[in-house]
Design a protein around this ligand. Structure first.
Ligand code: ADP
Ligand code: MG
Ligand code: MG
Length: 250
């Protein structure tokens, strides 16, 4: 089943065209990696999927499970199952992680017309997610991200993802300078959450991350277009040869 279908997507930021006709189809249950040189529009694509302001879609379409994503507000997209991992996780002093998660999950349920989760049901869900990710529950009582190390923030982000249980998770790691421990946390989290009805877009220019998250499909985004698509071996080829061929072609 097709989960995401992007056709001829053109996006302008501050009067500059950044995406120039992106075509991308993602089947349910698949992990797609998007690689490419700096400034090629990778983060722009993830922001457009999440529905951030400042990005103007001038042409093309995005269907998510058959629904026109452009018609949905950011909160509605989240409620429909689109999750964008934060590149720079925000700190929320005074709000326990647990409370933050509960608010997030219940606002999504509300948007879907579902009842709020009771506290015991919520606790069960968080516990199951923490267990699946082999995480301690100590972090849940601390204020959101305050004083967390880089690795703990990543872990927390993965926990948010597990609890919210998205259909499409977009991880834009490009600029976050992940060290090897953080890479492993992200990879283990993604691998634990892989399932036939969930898809991932993993945006990275580290081939290293893809040693731990083995993608089903790899795309090269250069000059605002997908210029090459292949299997996991494409990531290795890019690691060896760099993006120079694609930058010139774009
Ligand atoms: P990548 O993630 O592939 O490095 P980006 O999508 O972040 O690329 O950026 C693509 C281009 O769009 C860059 O030239 C960047 O400066 C520009 N850009 C992205 N977001 C904004 C913004 N909010 N305001 C102005 N320019 C932006
Ligand atoms: Mg075009
Ligand atoms: Mg980026």
């Amino acid at each position: 089943m097709t989960m995401l279908e992007i056709k001829n997507l053109h996006v302008t930021v501050e009067d500059r065209e950044i995406l120039k006709g992106v075509d991308l189809t993602i089947e349910a249950g698949k992990v797609h990696a998007i690689m490419g040189p700096n400034g090629s529009g990778k983060s722009t694509l993830s922001h457009v999927l999440a529905g951030r302001d400042d990005y103007e879609v001038t042409e093309g379409s995005i269907l998510f499970n058959g629904v026109d994503l452009m018609e949905l507000e950011p909160e509605e997209r989240a409620a429909a199952g689109v999750f964008l991992a934060f590149q720079y996780p925000i700190e929320v002093p005074g709000v326990a992680n647990m409370t933050f998660l509960k608010t997030a999950i219940n606002s999504q349920r509300k948007a879907r017309g579902e009842d709020e989760l009771s506290t015991p049901d919520f606790m069960k869900r968080v516990k199951a997610a923490a267990e699946k990710l082999s995480m301690s529950q100590e972090m849940l009582r601390r204020p959101v991200n305050v004083g967390f190390s880089g690795g703990e923030k990543k872990r927390n982000e993965i926990l948010q993802m597990a609890v919210l249980d998205p259909k499409l998770a977009v991880l834009d790691e490009t600029d976050s300078g992940l060290d090897i421990d953080a890479l492993k946390i992200v990879a283990e989290g993604v691998n634990a959450l892989r399932s036939p009805d969930r898809s991932f877009i993993v945006i990275t220019h580290y081939q290293r991350l893809l040693e731990h998250i083995v993608p089903d499909v790899v795309h090269v985004l250069a000059g605002g277009r997908i210029v090459k698509t292949g299997g996991k071996e494409l990531a290795l080829e890019l690691e060896a040869r760099g993006y120079a061929d694609y930058v010139e072609a774009a």
